[in-house]
Design a protein around this ligand. Structure first.
Ligand code: PXL
Length: 430
């Protein structure tokens, strides 16, 4: 997948083009770039801006558009009217999802668009937007209206939508009780999505949000799914933000639960003949937050990895609470061995067990027949099973299996610290 980021260069690599290269690369997409301006800035202060000439801007756009099949475009810093009009001329005929992040001011105080360019931004760029992602401050500038009282988020979003954006997402609209709420105005419907707020002044989160959004849209996800993905991605980037310079933190997209699990699932379904290891009840691949309290803290595929002939496909999206069975097994394992955060279930085959026994992987099993009737109806069998398989083990187990019961399919569950770690173990046993 090729995604194009159009925006300014940030030498601190916290925001702008450099940040988008990191995001798209992490998401396994190829990042094309068209630079509109060069800024000098670091984590403490903003220096200066030099917009590029119309000639080199046009040439950059022609080079990428003439060569690549572009699946999505993100537009960030545009700085002046000339840049805006050139972008409009080159992009207006393309039928590709476009996310516009209307960047106005940097956290360190840099003004990223000339005041005189705002009206051309509204006139030429906003109509190109599949989604526009202003934060509260940017939405107020674009609509020339403060969000307060009768001037509700909906009213402000509709003003921006009237300028031509198909969908408007106003981020950070309300922050209350440690929650942060985004307001979404689609063509017909409107809604809010809230998530936990992390109070960390950072550099990069706005760029992470809009970049994750175009990635999701380019993957044919709808607006709501894309907002959820962008929120989750950004939440993690802020949570992992690091003090790399002397000033504010820079967001970090490396340790992202969502991304790690998606990568591992993509790798898993590409394993040769993997369909032979998918059980009748299909497969789930799960990854937990640290210290999960319930299966709601465990990310999983809301459908399953399903067998379709000799191929396997992923049905559904990643969602917390998306698995009951494998997630419950992981929850129990994690209680005893907190470093174990990922698991997958595979079809039980004698040949797999023989292979496992030839490796150094630690394996245990349980017999469903041994489950006391008294708890059979109170707790889930998997809970009892994993507990009984691990109770005598002082070392971290890699694999737990059972041979089934009347009407119950036998199963192998592979555990690991991360999805990547689980994949490494799978490669040794199949
Ligand atoms: O986060 C918005 C942004 C976008 N692009 C560039 C920036 C910033 C914020 O500092 O510098 C180039």
């Amino acid at each position: 997948m090729n995604l194009l980021s159009i925006g300014g260069s940030d030498p601190s690599s916290g925001a702008g083009i450099q940040s988008d290269v990191k995001t798209f690369t992490t998401l396994n997409a190829h990042c094309l770039t068209v630079i509109t301006a060069i800024t000098s800035q670091n984590t403490s202060s903003f220096g200066m801006i030099e917009p590029v000439s119309q000639k080199i801007l046009r040439n950059q756009l022609d080079s990428v558009i003439s060569d690549f099949k572009i699946d999505g475009i993100k537009i960030g810093m545009v700085y002046n009217s000339q840049i805006i009009k050139t972008l409009y001329q080159k992009l207006k005929k393309l039928r590709i999802p476009i996310v516009i992040d209307p960047v106005i001011k940097s956290t360190t105080g840099g003004i990223l668009i000339e005041k005189s360019a705002i009206s051309d931004f509204q006139k030429f760029l906003i109509p190109l937007a599949t989604v526009i992602t202003p934060n509260k401050f940017e939405a107020e500038i674009l609509s020339k209206t403060k969000i307060v009282g009768k001037n509700t988020p909906e009213k402000i979003a509709k003003i921006i939508q009237k300028m031509g954006a198909k969908n408007v997402v106003i981020t950070g609209i309300k922050t209350k009780n440690d929650q942060i709420t985004d307001f979404i105005q689609e063509k017909e419907n409107k809604y809010q999505i809230s998530s936990d707020k992390i109070s960390k002044i950072n550099h990069g989160s706005g760029c992470n949000y809009s970049a994750a959004m175009i990635f999701s849209l380019a993957n044919k996800k709808n607006i709501k799914e894309s907002v959820k993905f962008a929120k989750e991605f950004t939440y993690n980037s802020i949570k992992n933000a690091k003090r790399l310079g002397k000033g504010i933190l820079i967001t970090d997209i490396q340790n992202n639960i969502n991304v790690e699990l998606s990568h591992a699932i993509s790798k898993f379904i590409e394993i040769k003949n993997i369909y032979k290891n998918i059980p009748e009840c299909q497969t789930n691949f799960v990854y937990s937050k640290q210290k999960p309290k319930s299966t709601k803290d465990i990310l999983a595929i809301s459908g399953r990895i399903v067998k379709t002939g000799e191929k396997v496909t992923v049905a559904g999206n990643l969602a917390y609470g998306g698995s009951k069975h494998v997630a419950t097994a992981l929850l129990i394992m994690n209680k005893k061995f907190p470093q174990i955060c990922s698991a997958i279930n595979l079809k039980y085959q004698n040949q797999t067990i023989l292979k496992i026994k030839k490796t150094k992987l630690l394996v245990s099993s349980y017999d469903r027949n041994q489950e006391p009737k008294s708890i059979k109806f109170k707790k889930s069998t998997i809970e009892w099973g994993i507990n009984s398989a691990i109770k005598n083990s002082t070392k971290v187990l890699d694999i737990v299996y059972h041979k089934g019961d009347f009407g119950k399919e036998p199963m192998i569950i592979v555990f690991g610290k991360t999805p990547k770690n689980v994949l490494e173990k799978i490669s040794k046993i199949i």
